[in-house]
Design a protein around this ligand. Sequence first.
Ligand code: HEM
Ligand SMILES: [Ca+2]
Ligand SMILES: [Ca+2]
Length: 298
Amino acid sequence: RLTLDFYKDTCPQFSQIIRDTVTAKQISSPTTGPATLRLFLHDCLLPNGCDASILLSSTRLGPPAERDADINLSLPGDAFDLVVRAKTALELACPNTVSCADILSVATRDLLTMLGGPYYPVFLGRRDGRSSLASAVPRYLPTPSMPIPEILRLFTQRGFSVEEFVALSGAHTVGFSHCSQFISNVSSSSSYNPRFAQGLLKACADYHNNPTLSVFNDVMTPNKFDNVYFQNLPKGLGVLKSDHALYSDPVTRPFVQSFATDQDAFFRVFATAMQKLSLLGVQTGRKGEIRRRCDQIN
Ligand code: HEM
Ligand SMILES: [Ca+2]
Ligand SMILES: [Ca+2]
């Protein structure tokens, strides 16, 4: 029941306002693109789907919200800030009309294209959720130490094929990982290219004192959305344990290999999978609400 022209009459400036906000923010803070892509994944993969539940702040009396779950504490503030900016501009142009969930969905797509990634149409009309629980988070989001079959299950139970899962993992062609997310694996695993491993250990030497230390997920083209991430994996240039596992697992390896040689195929499957991700669990019609502020329910 979502449509492509949902705001045609109620907010004709919708697309333009988001595009302008995204462009300004991404130029001033280039980490925004990858940050928002990950934020979007962490919103949509939970059972409440793409409902902007990830944007809600914890309240003083209630239990902690999703964004305060351990795994979400590393989500960069730039991504939240981007949605706030777009929401502020949209509330001025068309008050009480545009959901935070639609803003996040379209902003993610626009950022992806700015980074060089594929375009896909975003269906609109999502309503914002009214609940967000940190305690629900760990069961639905992948971590680098999970075995591939377990990670795969998180995605197949949400309707993705193995190929779509591998394509989505190609999002690690941009962005960062903090040292704490991979450093123990660098010393214990032989799957890293030795010189790359030395580089990672050196970059992370002081991470106990400085937990903000991080490295690019794609050492070759860190800021460009391309298929180089997949070319890195067979060379031992993956960063996270799960990146390496994507190549060593026989179920996912064939897709890594085909995406490494065929960027068009990667882009095609990635675009389809992102569109699918953007439709997970969406509420429409009279369910949910149009939040006035993206960080709190009305
Ligand atoms: C295969 C399962 C996955 C695991 C285990 C995983 C895990 C992680 C971890 C640990 C980080 C580093 C976070 C940090 O230290 O700040 C990260 C970063 C990132 N992930 Fe994933 N991820 C997975 C799949 C995905 C998917 C499917 C997407 C999107 C479609 C995605 C998008 C990103 C992006 C864009 C970043 C960079 C964030 C930034 O620079 O702020 N990841 N991921
Ligand atoms: Ca959600
Ligand atoms: Ca790249």
